[in-house]
Every structure is written in C-alpha cells, then in structure tokens.
Design a protein around this ligand. Sequence first.
Ligand SMILES: Nc1ncnc2c1ncn2[C@@H]1O[C@H](COP(=O)(O)OP(=O)(O)O)[C@@H](O)[C@H]1O
Ligand SMILES: [Mg+2]
Length: 252
Amino acid sequence: MKNDIILRTENIRKEFSGFVALKDINLEVSKGEFKAIIGPNGSGKTTLINILSGALKCTEGRVYLRGEDITGLSQHLIARKGMVRTDQYTQTFPNLTVYENLWIAAQSKSKLNLFKDYKSDRDIQKRVDEVLKLISLDHKPELIVSRCSYGEQRRVQIGMALLTDPDVLLMDEPTSGISPKEREDIINLLSRLSGEKTLVVVEHNVDVVLRLADEIVVLNEGKIIAEGEPDEVINMPVIKEIYVGGLAKWGV
Ligand SMILES: Nc1ncnc2c1ncn2[C@@H]1O[C@H](COP(=O)(O)OP(=O)(O)O)[C@@H](O)[C@H]1O
Ligand SMILES: [Mg+2]
C-alpha cells in the first residue's frame, strides 16, 4: 500500500509566536487510503489540516502532493491541484438551493479546466445528480441551504468538494456539532467515499475511526506519538495510558 504515496510531509513544524504547535510531522498518505488523525484537544490536529490545505503556512518543513512541492501555496491553488478541504469552514451559498450549490461547484470546476476537461451542461447535470444521491439529498434538491439541518449542510459541503473531482479530501471533525442520527449519515457517506477517494480525516469519535480508517496517526502536544492500523494503535500502551488518563481530554 505504501508504494503509491499521494501526499507526504517532511518535518513539518509550526510555531505561533514561539509556541510550538507542531513539530517533526512526517506523514505519508497512500492513494485511496483513509487516514484518521486523532489526539487530545490542542494537540495540533486542526493546525495540521490548515497547513495541508494551505490555510496556514508552516514555519519549517515541506508538503508534497503527488511528488510536487506545494509548501506555502494558497488554499485556492492547492484545491486546483486536487487537494480540497471540506468541513465547517467550507463556504456554501446559504440563500441558494442544495441543487444550485452543487451546480455552482461543478461548473466552477468545469471552467477551471476549460481546455482540458470541458463538460457540457448535460454532463454537469449528470454528475450533480450522482453526487446528490451520494450525499443522500436527492429527495430535497430544492431546499434552501440555510434551512437545511447542520448535518445536511455538511453533506452539501462534502458534495460541493466532490464535484471539483479532488484527489485528496481533508476533513476536520466532520461528525462534530450534529445530532447522533445525522452523525450516522455522515459516517455512511464517509464509508461510501473510502476506497474511492483519499481521505485525511480528523476525528475524535473512536468508533468511526475504528470502523473506517486504514491507518491512524495519533498526535499529542504537536508530535506524532503513534501510527499504524486501528487495531494495532488502539492497543498500544501509550494510547491506553492517555485514554485511561481521561476520555474527556480527547473530547470523546
Ligand atoms: N492561530 C493561533 N495562534 C496561536 N496559537 C494557536 C493558533 N492556532 C492554534 N493554536 C494553538 O496550537 C495548539 C494546537 O491547536 P489545534 O491545532 O487547534 O489543536 P486541535 O485541533 O488538536 O484541538 C493549541 O495549543 C492552540 O491553542
Ligand atoms: Mg481542532
């Protein structure tokens, strides 16, 4: 699995006015892999997603996407290169319908690639319909996004990201802040995406991680303290120590 690396970081370090939020982060994500990132509150998970997506610049280190050095590029450029972030920070158009939001996302992709990958309106429509089904909103395409539940809005955000045909999807706590029923909907969606897309997902819900992830990376105080397959990692003494030390610390 390790021979087809799509995303790689080399010694990422991030300081905020002298405070070291991340250090020595060496990450390797294979094509099609579901990589989960877990760790206590404040361990640097969101900072890492911010650096990968281009929302933040790292202090030191490099980020490579398909072998290309993308360190320090803007979020917009990184998205164009195929790595897209989809979480509560993703913008939707709240006054437009679910369908319109998806259509706009699909069309913007088509425009970006005008000469390479031109799509007719009919192609776009077909793709939007597929994604509507995938995010289980095909029964309410005409709903105005601001009237959608949080869980539905999150699925619209994921749908919009999917319509840009990304190679890598980055998600920061996709199941947080929504009802248990809606959380299940997101988990089902993640499960459908796994295997098809490369996913890097920050998730503190251990159940989700155990069910879906191919590999887990555990951050603690800005460093990777463990990584490997879920069963392997969850049984490591260092993890048990932290978990037993207080589940609340993990936001579980
Ligand atoms: N913009 C910032 N300025 C200063 N400190 C920050 C900033 N963003 C995050 N931090 C600090 O970096 C550490 C890691 O934060 P974060 O990545 O949000 O952790 P997590 O997502 O794992 O809870 C925390 O101590 C946090 O206070
Ligand atoms: Mg966070």
